[in-house]
Design a protein around this ligand. Structure first.
Ligand code: SF4
Length: 388
């Protein structure tokens, strides 16, 4: 397949939120909301600039944030028009929008649906009032119920809900309460993330000054195990370390990342991997807009707003393949494809790491594929450490 024929995933970053949550270190801003329309035009310009004259195939689009659901339907239409004009978007393309409960109603979601968005991802995080307050989320569970009902009314049949475990003060019982509550909303997909307390966030400060207790990794492991058992009972397939889907509802966009396939990152602070480059776009929305208003792009896929880019070395490519594909619990990593591509077996490339990890029961090989074991799922970061 030539570069022009390869199908791409497009990640489009929307860096606006109404309020910053206590654990958030994403590239988002709460004081520049007036830039939303001009930002949409800059993003459309970046899409056209990166595509250039070549109409490449694309099979997924993902509006991530920030809070994409703060964008007006007109602003989203401006962006999606640029996507359709510049890329050959598959008729059955998955088009996802992240949304916060409390920012959407049925009329808004119907308008978004009419634009071609066909998958919604709601940041629920917890249903427990005290946990939502600690996370400084603006919604309550009633807003989640209303948002999911509005999504169904607007015709969405593919809905993801995000939850967070490992939250200070959260118990096994309150975690189960959140899981049962979101399951009662009949989502097609669930993403469960373990809270990481990032430096520079209010939560990191609370940890330092003793307002919250340090994370308990044993409790987090118990919470993860509980989720694995409960979601299996409800028919969810655990296809990636942090992701579960009903059959047929795996996230095609995220599968692009985990299969180490190319994706274009567009918008302030977005990361991309395409054309042999890994790159990151400037973070500040004002700087991003200025760059897109003034600058010319570089070679594909580098736009005028790219802040840093490097060509992926052979060693980095080998690491990337292991660290992304081992996340896929069912598919795992194709050992034959790895050896064919790099001219060396995975075990030799990483000085016997596979043999060592198999000995510790963290990975297993079966039919030419390497996968994490159940024990390896809990300790995946320690597995990945050997391939960095
Ligand atoms: S809604 Fe998401 S992106 Fe926005 S502040 Fe909260 S965690 Fe960060």
């Amino acid at each position: 397949m030539t570069q022009a024929e390869e199908s791409f995933s497009l990640y489009l970053h929307i860096p606006f939120c109404r309020h910053r949550c206590s654990y958030c270190d994403f590239n988002t801003y709460t004081t520049v909301g007036e830039l939303k329309e001009v930002y949409a035009r800059a993003l459309a310009a970046e899409i056209r600039q990166v595509a250039g004259e070549v109409r490449r195939p694309a099979h997924t689009v993902f509006f991530g944030g920030g809070t994409p659901s703060l964008m007006s339907p007109e602003a989203l239409a401006c962006i999606l028009d640029a996507v359709r004009e510049s890329f050959d978007l598959a008729g059955d393309a998955e088009v996802t929008m992240e949304a916060n409960p409390g920012t959407v109603d049925e009329a808004y979601l119907a308008a978004v649906r009419a634009l071609g968005v066909n998958r919604l991802s709601f940041g629920v995080q917890s249903v427990v009032t005290a946990e939502l307050a600690l996370l400084e989320r603006e919604h309550d569970f009633a807003a989640v119920v209303a948002a999911v009902a509005a999504a169904r009314q607007a015709g969405f049949v593919n809905v993801n809900l995000d939850l967070i475990y490992g939250v200070p003060g959260q118990t096994l019982r309150s975690w189960e309460e959140s899981l049962q509550a979101v399951l009662s909303l009949a989502p097609q997909h669930l993403s469960l993330y373990c809270l990481t307390i990032e430096p520079g966030t209010p939560m990191a400060r609370w940890l330092r000054n003793g307002r919250i207790a340090p994370p308990d990794p044993d409790l987090a492991a118990d919470q993860y195990e509980l989720a694995c058992g409960l979601l299996a009972e409800y028919g969810f397939v655990h296809y990636e370390i942090s992701n579960w889907a009903l059959p047929g509802y795996q996230c095609a966009h995220n599968l692009t990342y985990w299969r180490t396939r190319p994706y274009l990152g567009l918008g302030a602070g977005a990361h991309g991997f395409a054309g042999g480059y890994r790159y990151v776009v400037v973070k500040q929305p004002r700087v991003y807009i200025r760059r897109m208003q003034q600058g010319a792009g570089g070679e594909f896929p580098l736009s005028a707003a790219v802040a840093e880019a490097h060509q992926v070395s052979r060693r980095e490519a080998m690491s990337d393949v292991v660290i992304t594909q081992l996340r896929l619990l069912e598919e795992g990593l194709d050992l034959v494809a790895f050896a064919e591509r790099f001219g060396v077996s995975l075990d030799d490339a990483f000085d016997g790491a596979v043999t060592r990890l198999m000995g510790w029961g963290l990975v297993q090989a079966d039919n030419g594929r390497l996968r994490l074991t159940e024990k390896g799922r809990f300790l995946s970061n320690q597995v990945f450490y050997w391939f960095v």
